[in-house]
Design a protein around this ligand. Sequence first.
Ligand code: ADP
Ligand code: MG
Length: 583
Amino acid sequence: MPDSEQLRRILERIDGRGYKAYKDVQGSYDFGSFVLHIDHVQGDPFAAPSKVRVRVPQRVAELPPELAGNAVRRVALEDFLARTVSRAIRATVGGRRGTGKSGLIAVDAGGQEVIERTAVVVTPDWVEARLEVGLPAAGRRVLGRQAEAMLCDEMPRIVEQGLLWRNLPQQSAQRFVECIENFEHIRGSLEERGLIAFVADGAVLPRESGASDRPLNAKEAVAFQSPESFRVTMDLPNALPAGERAITGMGIPKGVTLIVGGGYHGKSTLLNALERGVYPHIPSDGREYVVTSRDAVKIRAEDGRRVERVNIDPFISNLPYGRSTAAFSTDDASGSTSQAADIIEALEVGAKVLLVDEDTSATNFMVRDARMQALVHKEHEPITPFIDRVRELYVGHGVSTILVMGGCGDYFDVADHVIMMRDYLPIDASADARALVRDHATQRRAETTTPMPQNTARIPLAESFDPSRGRRDVKIDAKALDLILFGTEAINLRGVEQLVDVSQTRAVGHAIHLAVERFMDGNATLREVVDRVDRFFDENGLDALDPFHRNARHPGNYARPRKYEVAAAINRLRSLRMRQDTS
Ligand code: ADP
Ligand code: MG
């Protein structure tokens, strides 16, 4: 294998030549304490940056094996290392060095959530970071000296500071890994305790601003405190920094739970934290011990979205002019039909908890009050409102709901638990709500006429997906957190609120392609397809999604999506065609 001196010589030789000359550096170089793999060289300074890996043997990195001793710990350690590499890059790299992406070195480190990602890989034998490098150019000419500084001088410093145990903040690493393991342990015990979520005492739920996911500063934030009647204690596998081996907080039981309270008292903030609680968070986030069932899905209205052959009949039937809702399709859903489809689609792929906020719901979907029932007769109202299905969802289908509802007390009739937010703190209002149900009967009548049927399975048709664009057979990009370009189609994910990292979005785009190629055989239902994608990730790792499999062996910028978000993206593809499985 050539060494770093040979890399220097190549860069000196191609200095000043046309940008294509950079192709000569593709290959692997022995740097003594690590190997630099230049896997893919960009075509020009403005193209997607070059792809590089640095692989360090464990005899050099010396990461303690116990920090990667099981799958949860390994994912946490890899995530932590992506952050230390990112910090090392910021401390080392000089900034822009010419045209286009010249001078860039980047690693795909995460935000507040900790998610399985491909940026760093830890094995018993080595640790590897995957980086993007903008090979520097003046105009379109190779800047060989600058490239030499980046690859031969800065890169070893990044490796030293970002990946070698002796230079890492060891206590933070330990705490980080233990925190994630604690989180997963709590999640693992929710089920046996009959809970669907846990919010630790002392948690900081509000964020800095609508545009920042960091915690609100400690002076302004009111720390969470569980009401006594909801308080539970969770044992922890790893002691907290102060030494405790258990943590107390609010356990939200299965069933129908309302979050009520005055406007601006923190209802949505609590629900948002629960939505994000499907992922672990970094220590110091404030939500690191907010833990939600893996199978919790945010439901909302999203008018304008596409819907393909969804049986929304449990919620909407008898549309004007006899239009069927048992296989309902539209290119432009209304608020209520989109919310109905969102629920049915979530149930279809296995959701066990629905998270609903009145702020993002269609009012007519949520409830029809007594006066409206009197004015508009049921035979002229296609909607069976959520209030008339929410108990049945739980009792008949085992699906719990957590619902923010400040505006309609009719929901007291159908709630198991009522949590009232007052001045950002929760109070158990269940007894008061029950008393009101007894003493102030609602005038409204339940509107269900038929029981909710089992879900109608749908089979996605592979031929309705086309990932090609121009001369490329497969062209799939994540343009933003909420936008995938799949071939020539844009998949709008603005209503998919539990997608939290653009690298998840990217993975979703490529996972759809994988699903089409491998799993959509004309018989597999959507549920089976997304379950297989999930199993594929378990068995092969996210790396196997690599769109560059011909010229580079790593993507380095995927984060793992849940099956719910993969399904949500498929469901929003405008070209999607489904067959209902009526067998
Ligand atoms: P609601 O849904 O009840 O109307 P929100 O959850 O939207 O209220 O919260 C209103 C405002 O209060 C937001 O700006 C939010 O950041 C802030 N907030 C929420 N919870 C807390 C808290 N625990 N401490 C301080 N501020 C909070
Ligand atoms: Mg709100």
